[in-house]
Design a protein around this ligand. Structure first.
Ligand code: JFZ
Length: 701
């Protein structure tokens, strides 16, 4: 019998992988919750107007592109740029009154104009203007004076640098070698001349993995605790950036931020912007802040000062009024964690801190004013008395709230104190003896090449299960996973396991399992991220205006430019429910849906032309439908393969626990061991784990 292959490791929580920021820096960033974004540059001077015309298309900070302003004409604006009203101290003081904890400033936007003194180009606010000012310096110093942290926005595309890719409609251009070097020089200046930089907000462009990695490491070489934004690309980042005003559907296992503009139409100043009522905007932004923080994120709210440096009075008032609300309820925002509940509530949102639970009455008045919270294992000690009454019946805490609590313009917050620190409550308890991706709670992050190929990745799985005695786990997987190293974290103890093929077994599907014809549909969207469910069948095509076409080929390709996808559908008839193995192939990215539900989704390694893989399909009895989406980001074709695996094999491997596990409730987390980045998809959707009460020795030879 082979030696047991279990290595017991200490729990690694608290340790970070090489190159990442320290836990302390992350905690500080995570606790800040609310920051000021500033879009300011030559575009602010134009305010969305060129040649007396309001430029309606695109964001006003990108007016050079949307109004097609020639380079020399745009450069002339610098010659008149003199923002006499730009006062870094009053901006910092405004951020403070607003309840913000840091300022993130556009050091350089897509137009290439640097708001700092740089040796790399004369096209900067010191050398090209009559004002001779270094705005990064002014703001970094003012932020420091007023106890705020300071971070930088830095555009990875540059419309002014002559050796960069030319301006494009999508802004996701490749970065030339010369441009990459140019960015490195500018970043070195930014990271060494202005004190501590709390975050670097890279934006747009499409780096290669090597370029992303080099910039990620460069930032941390000069500033080890600077948090790097997800838009650097290729999973090289410290925090995810959600789409404008957006937040993730489920809690993420990675730090994240929602960046928001004051108006959807623009980030930079637009003189003719319809602004509406201050009080409506205050409510909108307060709700967004609450929604983001209750899901564990940070909120970055933008202002776009005028060309003369003045802050738009509307924006100033909005910030001040949100700040007023925060001066009352900031305790329920700052330094908090996401709601411990898996469900969402129509009556409002939740955050937690230590043994405190904070309820934001930001939704709809609940029926009869009753709010019920399911909190097994917790005892309510105190609820703040003014606004509600509190009762606990076993696991349920029931609050009764008067209608007046919702009638007020102001959003109210209730505090509930429990007997112990509140942790996330389990989503559900698995009753089955087999843990599968389908009955797991996935751990999510975001993985990407660039802005257009950014998707919610699954970086691990966790299960809560009930088992009185547990002695052994049996891992079941395919040749796809063989050789990989995984971590199994059982009740907090980590077992490091190499998938060494264990015992091989034929996995032939039941006879009478019949694969139907192949149908294709496309081209579809060039954006990778799509929904976790796909409602399509032979009657209903997944791409608007297209239909399914039958093809004789299980494997094929379609000519299409970069940014496109094709769908492939097959029906599978199964005599009963069973796991079968399919062979699937695609180019840059792949998504597989079974009966409308996502089975696996991931980008393939950067610029993979074609890759095949085994995918386990948990079939239902009767008719099943499998849809493959083959995604093409870089090539001139989308290639696919969808068929039953030849000679399917399963591997069964035992993990005998050194000490039998007693007790009732347990948690198991499955993760890849030492992943290349904590954000990259685990690609473990084929692995199943069987729980065993008795150790079956000698199964392995
Ligand atoms: C980028 C820039 O192009 C824009 O000018 C501005 O600076 C903004 C902050 O960042 O634009 C984006 C990119 C992605 C989203 C929104 C704006 N998004 O994911 O919703």
């Amino acid at each position: 019998m082979k030696k047991l292959f279990i290595i017991l490791l200490m729990c690694v929580i608290g340790l970070t992988a090489k190159g990442q920021v320290s836990q302390k820096a992350f905690q500080q960033w995570h606790g800040d919750k609310y920051s000021m974004f500033i879009h300011f540059g030559l575009y602010s001077q134009l305010g969305g107007v060129w040649n007396q015309k309001q430029i309606q298309d695109g964001y006003s900070e990108q007016i050079r592109a949307f109004a097609q302003i020639p380079q020399n004409e745009y450069e002339k604006i610098a010659g008149e740029f003199n923002p006499a009203k730009f006062n870094a101290d009053s901006i910092a003081l405004l951020a403070k009154r607003a309840g913000m904890h840091s300022i993130i400033f556009t050091s350089k936007h897509h137009d290439g104009f640097c708001l700092f003194k740089t040796a790399t180009t004369p096209f900067n606010s010191y050398d090209a203007t009559p004002c001779k000012r270094d705005f990064v310096k002014e703001l970094s110093e003012a932020a420091k004076r007023h106890g705020l942290r300071f971070g930088l926005y830095f555009s990875l595309i540059d419309w002014h640098y002559p050796y960069a890719s030319p301006m494009s409609p999508h802004n996701a251009d490749f970065i030339t070698d010369a441009h990459h070097e140019y960015s490195k020089q500018q970043l070195k200046e930014l990271l060494t001349h202005y004190g501590n930089i709390s975050e670097l907000w890279f934006d747009m462009g499409s780096n290669t993995p090597a370029q992303s990695k080099e910039l990620y490491e460069l930032v941390h070489k000069y500033q080890p605790d600077c948090m790097v934004s997800g838009r650097l690309g290729n999973d090289q980042y410290d925090f995810c950036v959600m789409a404008d005003n957006d937040y993730p559907e489920k809690t993420l296992h990675a730090p994240w931020q929602s960046a928001a503009s004051m108006f959807n139409e623009t980030w930079g100043y637009r003189s003719w912007q319809a602004r509406g009522k201050v009080e409506d905007k205050v409510r909108e932004k307060t709700l967004s802040l609450i929604n983001v923080v209750s899901r564990g994120g940070n909120y970055l709210l933008n202002i776009g000062p005028k060309g003369n440096g003045d802050i738009v009075p509307f924006e100033k008032e909005v910030l001040e009024q949100v700040g007023k609300w925060l001066s009352l309820y900031g305790y329920a925002i700052y330094q908090t964690e996401a709601s411990p509940f898996q469900e969402e509530f129509a009556w409002g949102e939740v955050t937690r801190k230590n043994n405190h639970l904070y309820l934001f009455l930001s939704g709809k008045y609940p029926q009869e004013g009753k709010i019920t919270l399911h909190m097994p294992g917790y005892t309510l000690q105190k609820g703040d008395g003014k606004m509600a009454t509190y009762l606990q019946y076993g696991d349920e805490v029931v609050l009764t709230i008067p209608a007046s609590a919702y009638k007020d313009k102001q959003i109210h917050v209730l505090t509930l104190d429990f007997d112990k620190k509140i942790e996330p409550l389990p989503e559900h308890t698995v009753k089955s003896m087999v843990l599968t991706p389908q009955n797991a709670t996935p751990q999510y992050s975001y993985s990407c090449f660039d802005y257009y190929t950014n998707y919610r990745s699954i970086t691990g799985y966790s299960w809560n299960f009930e088992q009185l005695l547990l002695k052994q786990l049996e891992l079941i997987y395919t040749s796809q996973e063989a050789g990989r190293k995984i971590d199994l974290i059982l009740d907090g103890k980590t077992y490091h396991v190499t998938l060494d093929k264990g015992k091989e077994q034929k996995a032939t599907p039941l006879s009478n399992t019949v694969w139907g014809k192949t149908y294709v549909c496309g081209p579809g969207s060039g954006i990778f991220h799509s929904a976790d469910t796909l409602c399509a069948d032979l009657q209903q095509a997944p791409v608007a205006g297209k239909s399914w076409e039958q093809t004789a080929k299980e494997e094929g390709s379609f000519n299409c430019p970069p940014f496109c996808s094709y769908y492939i559908l097959r029906e599978i008839e199964s005599p009963r429910s069973q796991y079968i193995m399919a062979e699937i192939g695609a180019g840059n990215g792949v998504e597989v849906y079974l009966n409308g539900k996502l089975i696996t989704r991931h980008l393939n390694p950067y610029r993979t032309k074609f890759r095949t893989e085994k995918v386990i399909l948990p079939l239902e009895k009767g008719k099943n439908q499998v849809i493959l989406r083959s995604y093409n980001r870089f090539e001139n074709q989308a290639t696919y393969l969808l068929r039953p695996a030849e000679e399917p094999k399963a591997y069964r491997q035992d993990v005998i626990l050194p000490d039998a596990l007693n007790g009732k409730e347990h948690t198991l987390v499955l993760k890849p061991h030492n992943p290349s980045s904590p954000h990259t998809d685990a690609e473990l959707s084929n692995l199943r784990i069987r729980l065993r009460r008795i150790a079956i020795k000698g199964q392995r030879n």
